[in-house]
Design a binder for this molecule. Structure first.
Ligand code: NAD
Length: 304
């Protein structure tokens, strides 16, 4: 497969690093001097078949239309959200009609322990699900403040990190959102929210928390059910990840616990990339993706 990378920032560079030199025909970025080109027009259209789109969100639609016309598969960095959900549906339909893959990259799905979380839920070991709590925090408050486009996003950290949490929730449960129970947005070091805490009633109730003020990176999932609960902590890019599964003792008492660990790795992006290539090779145009769900929730909670 031959690629071009459009948007050579934080994530574009990460994707470039694990691809082989001969796989990447060119990098494009109007502002980063390390990129090969400022615009895509100068690149020979026949020299590549797929694109990694890791530019600011406001430019994604423009590029998607361009690459659709050029008949290229696209892996676009999360999120891909629009106020008008018809635009989102339209773009997926057009890619499918041209037998091209459009994949929105939510890499946390590929965390090794997420598979175990899903298995525990799917075999009904937690019983009736009561509550799902998701937290995603990093300490990038001041980086965001300096970033030309991230500092202008009015819904702040919720816009940036909630899509990851919603993608995981969709992957685990495939449930509809019903209403917002409460929301708290705090602008502490930034003009727009750098700490957000929302409760949504999706049957079960879900709590989404995201922060740019978490000086030590933190990611956690806690799911409480009638028969037990589970807690997953950390992302494997940061260190050892842990999953605790507890069986409830009735009517009360210390639950029995099983703990699984996975060591730190940086192969998640690579695993996701291989999944993208599999979609292309096997012509899997009907992916069961979370994008319509995420778009619906993001509109409902008014963070687009
Ligand atoms: N999957 C993940 O875990 C993850 C993590 C971080 C960011 N992201 C997503 O990746 C995307 C990029 O985020 P980032 O953190 O790399 O941001 P960034 O600001 O570090 O990088 C964006 C790059 O795009 C370039 N750019 C600006 N306008 C452009 C244009 N018109 N055409 C091409 N390039 C242009 C900028 O010069 C910059 O180098 C965002 O959608 C973000 O949400 C995903």
């Amino acid at each position: 497969m031959k690629y071009i990378i459009v948007g050579l920032g934080n994530i574009g560079k990460k994707r470039l690093n694990f691809l082989k030199k001969k796989e990447v025909i060119a990098t494009v970025d109007p502002y980063n001097k390390d990129a090969d080109y400022k615009k895509i027009d100068k690149i020979d259209v026949k020299s590549y078949d797929s694109v990694i789109l890791s530019c600011p969100d406001k430019d994604k639609f423009y590029y998607l239309e361009k690459f659709l016309a050029l008949k290229k598969n696209v892996l676009v960095e999360k999120p891909l959200v629009f106020k008008n959900s018809k635009i989102l549906k339209g773009i997926f339909t057009k890619f499918k009609k041209k037998k091209l893959i459009l994949y929105v990259a939510y890499n946390h799905r590929f965390e090794p322990l997420i598979k175990n979380v899903k298995k525990i839920i799917d075999r009904g070991a937690l019983g009736k699900i009561y509550l799902c709590e998701y937290f995603y925090g990093n300490g990038t408050s001041l980086n965001v403040k300096k970033n030309l486009w991230k500092s202008k996003i009015k819904s702040g950290v919720a816009y940036d990190l909630f899509p990851h949490l919603l993608d995981l929730h969709y992957f685990l449960f495939k449930k509809k959102v019903i209403k917002i129970l409460s929301k708290l947005n705090l602008n502490i070091e930034n003009k727009y929210p750098d700490y957000c805490d929302y409760y949504l009633n999706i049957k079960p109730t879900i709590n989404l928390k995201a922060s740019y003020l978490s000086w030590k990176n933190k990611f956690s999932i806690k799911i409480v059910g009638s028969k037990g609960d589970l807690e997953m902590d950390c992302l494997s890019k940061w260190g050892r990840t842990q999953l605790i599964f507890r069986k409830r003792k009735l009517p009360s008492g210390i639950p029995s616990e099983k703990i699984i660990y996975e060591k730190k790795t940086n192969y998640i992006f690579k695993t996701e990339h291989l999944y993208f290539e599999k979609l292309i090779k096997e012509k899997l145009y009907n992916q069961d993706h979370s994008n319509f769900f995420i778009n619906e929730v993001m509109n409902k909670i008014k963070i687009i």
